[in-house]
Write a protein that binds this ligand. Structure first.
Ligand SMILES: [Zn+2]
Length: 174
């Protein structure tokens, strides 16, 4: 998890020690409490299966930050077809996986702050070197998240995201 220097929060007026450049989701949006005891459902750090028929992989949705050296990362889950999921699993520790073509995936994380929902946006999932989570390329639509991935965001937007996630109810809840 990467951070920059702290920032003065326009929401609560205090100094926050860190400006996060990454946020993550621990499970796909479709993972419910009832899945815990289901023998056909499993949630791991990197992969998830629900009901033996829905297959997910953890991935990184990167947004370029035009006035910073590093990218902003939304940690997300994407839903893959069973063949794509099997192929990725088969090549999990194989260095040659970087030469795999991207595969189709449905974004399966509802990111905060976006309207309309980010759930089920179409993506292409790109394998990365062993040990690195795959990256997600959104279909180039007019969805605000797709626009941000295409054109980039600024540190001011990263700060705006931090303020709104730290104080979801506005200044009163700080
Ligand atoms: Zn604050």
């Amino acid at each position: 998890m990467s951070v920059e220097l702290g920032f003065r929060c326009s929401c609560c007026g205090r100094q926050h020690d860190e400006l996060p450049f990454a946020y993550g989701a621990l499970a796909p949006a479709y993972w419910q409490d009832g899945c815990e005891g289901d023998p056909d459902s499993v949630l791991g750090d990197e992969q998830c299966v629900i009901g033996g028929e829905h297959f997910f992989v953890r991935a990184r949705l990167l947004l370029p930050v035009t006035d910073a050296a590093e990218e902003f990362e939304w940690g997300v889950w994407v839903s893959l077809s069973e063949p794509s999921f099997d192929r990725m699993t088969q090549l999990w520790t194989d260095p040659r996986r970087t030469s795999e073509p991207p595969c189709f995936g449905w974004l399966s994380t509802e990111l905060p702050l976006y309207e309309p929902t980010t759930l089920n946006l179409k993506t292409r999932v790109h394998s990365q070197p062993v040990g690195t989570r795959p990256t997600v390329e959104l279909e180039p639509t007019d969805h605000p998240l797709a626009v941000e991935q295409r054109t980039g965001i600024t540190v001011a937007r990263v700060r705006d995201i931090a303020e709104r996630l730290l104080h979801p109810g506005g200044p009163a809840s700080s």
